[in-house]
Unconditional design. Structure first.
Length: 306
């Protein structure tokens, strides 16, 4: 999608932080924007701000952990703008802590929002984008925590690794349909992710149980997040990525060595297994043949669905 003018975007978690930075960037490109958020007051402020900047924007209350709520957001978008082209599955929360100390309902909350919220966004909007035949693009917000896994952030990393993996698969699935998929993997950005509990629905229990595992406490977590980069460059980078159809979007290039270290350890483990006596009894298998078989199976499955 090289030309975004007059296209329509739907952004979850769009009333603040990264979501609002995307809305502003899209508005500067001449897009129409539906921002979806669970926080009503912030949603109203964001819509007013965008409208005052001559951006055609509307808002809809949306709980991404509820599939019906996402569907309602989609219907409101179609009703307001006729169609949708860009969907940003951006809403997310942070939960962490030592093993055995993360509340069971907090585990459910972060999985429902960070993982299933992305699934609901994809499954709801893919048919709508396919229906108009003009192509489209999905931005799924993960994190550098989808590439590397610091201790005590396992709930957050588990969901963000999942978003990376799903986005890689969906990218391959949807490319033939002229629908792009990008996964956004930022480091610390000046958002309110460390205050996720402010929007925790009652069905997930007491907000006081939430521990983001960022820093040693609330004050430390706030300092870490606010020491990050401003949100605006992230929104601008997302626009670049849509136009270039990038799969991966990294905003913190200084973290590349940490990813290289992880992959170096993975490759070293492959090398060790190549020399394993336990595995030496297995027949040699040709990677090219295995790849061809996988592609043939995927082609057959695709033809069968048609």
């Amino acid at each position: 999608m090289k030309d975004l003018r007059d296209k329509v975007a739907f952004i979850t978690g769009g009333a603040s932080g990264l979501g609002l930075s995307m809305a502003r960037a899209f508005g500067r490109e001449g897009m129409k924007v539906m921002i979806a958020d669970i926080e009503e007051n912030a949603l109203e402020r964001a819509v007013k701000e965008l409208n005052a900047s001559q951006v055609r924007a509307e808002g809809v209350l949306c709980d991404v952990a509820d599939r019906n709520s996402v569907r309602n957001g989609a219907l409101k978008t179609i009703s307001a703008f006729g169609k949708v082209h860009v969907v940003c599955n951006n809403a997310g929360v942070a939960v962490g802590g030592p093993i055995g100390e993360v509340n069971e309902k907090d585990w459910q909350w972060i999985v429902d929002v960070n993982l299933l919220g992305v699934v609901y966004g994809m499954e709801t909007f893919v048919p709508l984008i396919e229906s108009h035949g003009e192509g489209g693009h999905f931005i799924n917000t993960a994190s550098m925590a989808g590439m590397i896994s610091p201790p005590n952030l396992e709930p957050y990393c588990a969901t963000k690794f999942a978003v990376v993996a799903m986005s890689e698969g969906w990218n391959a699935q949807l490319a033939p349909k002229n629908i792009g998929v990008s996964v956004l993997c930022p480091g610390f950005v000046q958002t309110r992710i460390h205050e996720s509990e402010r929007n925790k629905p009652q069905r997930y229990g007491n907000p006081a149980t939430v521990h983001s595992a960022l820093g040693t406490g609330r004050e430390s977590a706030a300092q870490l997040v606010q020491s990050g980069i401003p949100v605006e460059p992230v929104g601008n980078r997302v626009v670049e990525a849509i136009k270039d159809n990038d799969l991966y979007i990294f905003t913190h290039v200084e973290l590349k060595p940490f990813v290289e270290m992880r992959f170096a350890n993975i490759l070293a483990a492959f090398d060790k297994s190549s020399a394993s006596k336990a595995l030496s009894v297995l027949p040699k298998r040709d990677p090219a043949t295995m790849m061809q078989q996988m592609q043939e199976q995927q082609t057959a499955a695709s033809a069968q669905r048609k």
